[in-house]
Ligand binder design. Structure first.
Ligand code: TEU
Ligand code: CA
Length: 505
């Protein structure tokens, strides 16, 4: 067992994710910002948050809401200044809250200086990316992009560059030692400012082993050439040895398409890579291969998946929603009669599982999917790109509308509902994305006053977890149960708990 000196500071932390654009707008321009976050630090403290994961706040043209970074050492003026960021770090520190930043290093924005120089023909910077000649009239290989469509775009010079996401997000070439130097320098820059670690975006796909054609698939042709490669493990081990371990950071990796075995290799303590990883299997519980095509959600499947991951990992990063997924009450619960009960159930589940609980902004008040009227209400680049891909498949508008509206990432990106006023206490101006009408009863202000609200349930559950030896240190064991009831024990030498979750209706 870890002694207090070897025990990692983050082991029992409650992590709260902030998607800055949608959290709190301080100046009425309709966009959440850093001063807005600072104004809510006491709220987060009261909730019991120990660590904030801040989605990207760096300068960015914003095609993927900040996941397309044009300057890794700056702050997007839409969100504030470097002084604001420093103030956020120090104010949070005073309250005992640590901040981890999002680190997006699979790709940069195409408006990053490096890419601009590369396009202008500077050979040093061309080698920061993957530029290749096409094969005849075709792209250099048959890989597909995560957002639908091809992973290559032709430049004005006639060659192509690789982008696993949108064409505004060219992939970095991690074979180039200069890229390693640049990015580790950026890590040190933020760690020196007092940031406590990183959430590493799509970290398990950064190292492309080859650029050969991939085996043809319905989606993501080519992935066998870049998923969890040996080179990727080596890179992460170097980040850890040369940078992270020097600062005693907490590093959580977003790892796409991982199996429990892949996840163990990436996060097993003895391998000195990542501290924890986000897996996706439970998010895909109701999808047919790709998330846009759904099958019925079955609670017993969710239970089976969670159980599998509880057994596989020492410290699973547990989450039920984030800025890329639909809201958990819509996904696994109910937004009608059982809205409140299902939100509380999901809270209990997340906070009683073994591992680290991640709470996404608004989850603690039971926020629901966006009530968008049509595709034109959406802002997400993925939705736009998938809409185009679906058009190419000749799907008619009504079908595209239905498939996209129920799954779009914008469902989780609607502004946080602080009160029932027109701007929901989020903004005094026009919000960048439509605010849900249910702000009338789903909002922080009203829930604070109601002793039995979802928000107060979160507060109590977090407090209970913090005081519980079994929930922090205990083992996990599933107990046999009817198919839609999840029963498990958490047991330490001081305490044994039976957790009973009726996940089905
Ligand atoms: O997400 C990676 C990722 O796998 C998702 O974009 C996924 O393709 C999508 O949600 C379908 O499930 C990370 C970020 O979290 C996301 O916001 C970014 O768009 C993406 O990387 C590119 O940086
Ligand atoms: Ca603002």
């Amino acid at each position: 067992m870890a002694t207090s000196s070897t025990k990692k500071w983050w082991k029992n932390a409650i992590v709260y994710q902030i998607y800055p654009r949608s959290f709190c707008d301080s100046n009425g321009d309709g966009i959440g910002d850093i001063p807005g976050i600072i104004s809510k630090l006491h709220y987060l403290k009261e909730l019991g948050v120990d660590v904030i994961w801040l989605s990207p706040v760096y300068p960015s043209p914003g095609y993927d809401n900040g996941y397309d970074i044009s300057d890794y050492k700056g702050i997007n003026p839409e969100f504030g200044t470097m002084e604001d960021m420093e103030k956020l770090i120090s104010r949070a520190k005073r309250l005992g809250i640590k901040i981890i930043m999002d680190l997006v290093i699979n790709h940069t924005s195409d408006e990053h200086e490096w890419f601009k120089k590369a396009l202008a023909g500077d050979s040093k910077y061309r080698d920061y990316y993957y530029f290749r000649d096409g094969k005849g009239r075709k792209a250099p290989n048959n890989w597909g992009s995560f957002f639908g469509g091809k992973a290559w775009t032709k430049t004005e010079n006639g060659d192509y560059y690789l982008h696993l996401f949108s064409k505004k997000q060219p992939d970095l070439n991690w074979h180039n030692p200069d890229v390693y130097e640049e990015i580790t320098d950026i890590m040190r820059f933020w760690l020196d400012k007092g940031v406590a670690g990183f959430r590493c975006d799509v970290i398990n796909i950064i190292y492309k082993e080859s650029l050969e054609n991939g085996k043809r698939r319905f989606a993501l042709t080519g992935k066998e050439h870049y998923l969890n490669t040996e080179g990727c493990h080596e890179l992460i081990q170097r980040f850890n040895a040369e940078v992270w371990s020097k600062y005693k950071t907490f590093i959580v990796g977003e790892t796409v398409f991982v199996t429990p075995d892949d996840a163990k290799l990436l996060s097993d303590e003895s391998r000195k890579e990542l501290d924890a990883v986000f897996f996706f299997e439970h998010m895909d519980v109701d999808s047919r291969g790709v998330k846009w095509f759904k099958k019925a959600y079955k609670p017993c499947r969710l239970i089976r998946i969670l159980d599998k991951w509880q057994k596989a990992l020492e410290v699973p990063a547990n989450y039920l929603e984030n800025h890329d997924q639909i809201r958990s009450v819509n996904h696994f619960g109910n937004t009608g009669k059982f809205w409140e009960k299902s939100a509380k159930l999901l809270c209990g589940l997340n906070l009683c599982l073994k591992g680290l609980p991640f709470i996404y902004e608004g989850e603690e008040i039971g926020m629901t999917n966006g009530d968008f009227r049509g595709l034109r209400d959406l802002k997400d680049v993925e939705s736009a790109s998938v809409n185009q891909a679906m058009k190419r498949l000749l799907l008619v508008h009504s079908i595209r509308r239905r498939l996209i509206l129920r799954t779009t990432r914008d469902n989780a990106r609607t502004p946080v509902q602080w009160d029932s006023s027109e701007g929901a206490g989020f903004t005094t101006g026009t919000p960048w994305l439509k605010i849900n009408a249910n702000k009338s009863y789903i909002n922080v202000k009203d829930e604070k006053e109601d002793e039995n609200s979802i928000l107060n349930f979160y507060k109590k559950m977090i407090e209970y977890r913090k005081g519980s030896h079994a929930l922090n240190e205990g083992t996990y064991r599933r107990v046999a149960s009817p198919s839609d009831v999840y029963i498990f024990t958490r047991e330490s030498d001081e305490q044994r708990l039976y957790i009973y979750c009726k996940v089905g209706s």
